[in-house]
Design a protein around this ligand. Structure first.
Ligand code: NDP
Ligand code: OXD
Length: 308
């Protein structure tokens, strides 16, 4: 049986994805017609990315058995009421490795005080060892757990926080409101790797930021909605928060004139923390298509009620 797979993830991505996808589908033994256009009723599987050519109305895709997201974050599609098929998010070794490198790099930058190193005067200031710098990892999913483990391997005490109770090697795990407070009260570096859902909106706000030790660093590669921007700017100005490295924003691109651009202790990166890599992620897509064909459970299915 030949499956019609619609690549509805943006014409700009097609040249990057076409060959890796064809190769991965072939290696998985899947007979597929991989196309960028098709009659809706002929589509068996749809590959999706936000801002791509994804339809707003999935109703005509009567044969479509699954929508496979190239992104890990699915907040722009998860609430679509016309989407009744299973939705799978991206968990890709290349994406995870990119995020680990971003988080570890910026955590070490904050830990070593790299931004404050002076080239003009001899003023030794010895940073503590990582063991004396607790890190809060908000989110212990595919990305948070991997980043937490990498930081723990460097010697940082890592306190993790998730929605449900978890047991992650090398991470002291907490959940619930009290857990959040316990984690933040100890954290000198906070990393936010939570999905954008109604429950996580403004999780870092005036109250929760006030739980942090003075001078803590925030690293947010999760989503812009996780942070109350006014509260963060106030906490930075008050010294409660020492610095922030922000990769994601409520409005992207971050508008010119936004206070984050000019703030001396804010680093803006343009949503580049981690990218889905076609070379590794095409295999993940092909594996889910194979599972679909063989009637096996799909990987990384989104829980619609939880929103991620
Ligand atoms: P996962 O779904 O694997 O993990 C999400 C984690 O967040 C889980 O541990 C989950 O808890 C926790 N969580 C969700 N809701 C809550 C809540 N209300 N309270 C406490 N914890 C909660 O996602 P990933 O790790 O793969 O990705 C995380 C996010 O990173 C994505 O949603 C996306 O927004 C962002 N991202 C950003 C990128 C960038 O380049 N900037 C690239 C890729 C992703 P539990 O374990 O209990 O379910
Ligand atoms: C994602 C992202 O969610 O790149 O995959 O932000």
């Amino acid at each position: 049986m030949t499956l019609t797979i619609l690549f509805a993830a943006g014409a700009n991505r097609w040249p990057l994805w076409e060959s890796p996808l064809r190769r991965a589908l072939h290696q998985a033994g899947i007979a597929a017609d991989l196309v960028t256009e098709a009659a809706p009723e002929a589509v068996d599987v749809m590959i999706y990315a936000p801002g791509g050519d994804t339809p707003a109305d999935f109703t005509p895709y009567t044969r479509c058995k699954a929508v496979l997201s190239l992104w890990a974050g699915v907040e722009r599609i998860v609430g679509n009421q016309t989407l009744t098929q299973p939705l799978c998010r991206m968990v890709d070794p290349g994406l995870t490795q990119g995020m680990v490198e971003y988080v570890v790099g910026h955590a070490l930058r904050a830990h070593l005080g790299v931004d404050a190193l002076s080239q003009t005067r001899w003023a030794p200031k010895i940073p503590p060892l990582a063991a004396e710098r607790p890190v809060a990892m908000l989110g212990l999913g595919a990305l948070g757990a991997a980043c937490g483990e990498a930081l723990a391997c460097l010697g940082f005490p890592v306190l993790g926080w998730s929605r449900t109770a978890k047991d992650v090697p090398m991470i002291e795990c907490h959940h619930g409101r009290e857990g959040l407070r316990m984690v933040l009260e100890q954290a000198q570096i906070v990393v936010t790797l939570l999905p954008a859902t109604p429950a996580t909106e403004n999780i870092l706000n005036a109250e929760t930021l006030s739980w942090l030790p003075e001078g803590a660093t925030i690293i947010n590669p999760g989503r812009g909605t996780l942070i109350d921007d006014d509260a963060l700017l106030a906490a930075l100005d008050a010294g409660r928060v020492g610095s922030a490295t922000l990769d994601v924003f409520r409005t992207e691109p971050l508008p010119q004139g936004h206070p984050y651009w000019a703030h001396p202790r804010v680093t803006v990166t343009p949503h580049i923390a981690a990218d889905t890599r076609p070379s590794t992620a095409a295999t993940v897509i092909a594996e889910n298509v194979r599972r679909l064909r063989d009637g096996e459970p799909l990987l990384h299915c989104v829980d619609r009620s939880a929103g991620y």
